[in-house]
Design a protein around this ligand. Sequence first.
Ligand SMILES: Nc1nc2c(ncn2[C@@H]2O[C@H](COP(=O)(O)OP(=O)(O)OP(=O)(O)O)[C@@H](O)[C@H]2O)c(=O)[nH]1
Ligand SMILES: [Mg+2]
Length: 406
Amino acid sequence: MVQFNSQNDEILIKIVYYGPGLSGKTTNLRVLHQLINQETHTELFSVDTMEDRTLFFDLMPVQLPVSGRTLKFQVYTVPGQVHYDSTRRIILSGADGVVFVADSQADKMAENVESLNNLHKNLNANRLNIKTIPLALQFNKRDLENVAAIQLMNQRLNFRNCPSFPATAVTGQGVMDTFRRVVQDATSYLIDKYHLVRDPLEKERIRVELDNLLPDREMMEPIQAGARLEDENVTTLSYLGDEGEVTESEILEKAVKAAEDSARLVNEVKHLNAELAEKNKELNSLLEENRYIRKFLESVFHHAGLPIATISRRGIITNWNKAAEQVFGYSKVKAKELYFSELVSETSVLDLQTLVSLVTSKNQTLISKLDMVTSSGKSLHQSCVLSPITDDNGHVTSITAILSPI
Ligand SMILES: Nc1nc2c(ncn2[C@@H]2O[C@H](COP(=O)(O)OP(=O)(O)OP(=O)(O)O)[C@@H](O)[C@H]2O)c(=O)[nH]1
Ligand SMILES: [Mg+2]
């Protein structure tokens, strides 16, 4: 189902993990999720599980920026249990690469062979060819005692000499090797098939970049055998459709579509949350800066050697610093009950009114001389700087008065 979006150079590639029940397909995805999630923060979705048996599918979208393009891998597992054949067929539709996870235990060989035949049949049903589709084999559970020899597994299962990997998925061994190979093979197969890149050097660059993006690093914690999916960082989804008169395969197709939509939405929400957290961080640092500036201005205001007052549009004193308390003899509390004009002698009241209306209407700073009076009635000849304080719309909301003796 490779899809291209030429506008933003996106290539969508579908990889399916196939194999008999309990062979370790879901475990592979859980390990990949742990290893890849560190950089890509991708989500692992599990749609309908029961006691850790996949009933529908698991899906892990992996987005890798490679050589100016975005490669979007949709990595699926199918349910291995024999009776979920139609689900397997539908999930396989449009696959661009397959990993066949075989169970290495000697007594599971017949199930492996049956599942491989089933893969052949279902690929055919989707008009895909098992002889040409990018395919990797994984011989899993090598840690167990009763395993078949690798040579025998290759003889019985590797019908076309495709790459095969021994693995112990529960501890992560072999998981990334298998994935890296199918990613490389599917990508180069599609690039060649659709002539997406013609320059061989560019192709090689893509191969190297993909290899670097998928390094074989250590797992953080081994997956516990039998650990429930819900215990981990896995989003479980259920399909609750309104089926009506439709066939089984229509229901399944609808369900796959619905689950994919849910998975996409959960991913979008996750990214939006991450953006929101980033914005919050920015906001917090702005708040911190604002707090600092405020403290700085408060300190300048209170400790300035000159009397400073702020005056509301109605002329009432709204703030009053220490120097003003000392020079005029009014405490801050008392001053805030006064009109600024009460500090001005009768001869200067008209001058003050003119000054205030000019500062307010013209939104500009003015300097003038005023005769003022202290609380004890003493006259003070002062130089007064009146400056407007405006809101975000440029409207003057109050005035600052800075006084100094002449
Ligand atoms: N010993 C051992 N157990 C493993 C290994 N890989 C997976 N298992 C266990 O095998 C069981 C089945 O693994 P899953 O990953 O759920 O198998 P599955 O292929 O997804 O099974 P279905 O969803 O039923 O098709 C779990 O208990 C795993 O812990 C392994 O490498 N070694
Ligand atoms: Mg499973």
